[in-house]
Design a protein around this ligand. Structure first.
Ligand SMILES: [Zn+2]
Length: 97
């Protein structure tokens, strides 16, 4: 059975599931680019499926936005992109004299 998560679980779920931007509180706000509305974390429709996967949906009826469509409204920090290819190259191989 799918279940809606409780409000007190929501912030942790947002922080874990939104890999695009950071959530500091449920009052953080985002602009949904699909429906052009300002939403807060508190308003986001979050539920968990039977496999334990969290699904985040825009609270606007009929809007199919997901976290990637929610942009910061006011100050918030985008998560730094993590790319394995950007790992610094470790030293040079020592050439024996
Ligand atoms: Zn929306």
């Amino acid at each position: 059975m799918n279940r809606h998560i409780r409000l007190d679980e929501k912030l942790a779920v947002l922080q874990e599931s939104d890999t695009f931007r950071k959530w500091r509180s449920l009052d953080d706000r985002r602009v949904c680019v699909l429906c052009d509305r300002v939403i807060s974390g508190r308003m986001i429709d979050v539920w968990e499926d039977k496999r334990g996967t969290f699904h985040l949906h825009c609270p606007t009826a009929g809007c199919s936005a997901t976290p990637r469509d929610w942009f910061c409204h006011g100050p918030c920090s985008a998560r730094p992109k993590t790319s394995k290819s950007e790992r610094p190259t470790l030293g040079f191989r020592a050439v024996p004299a």
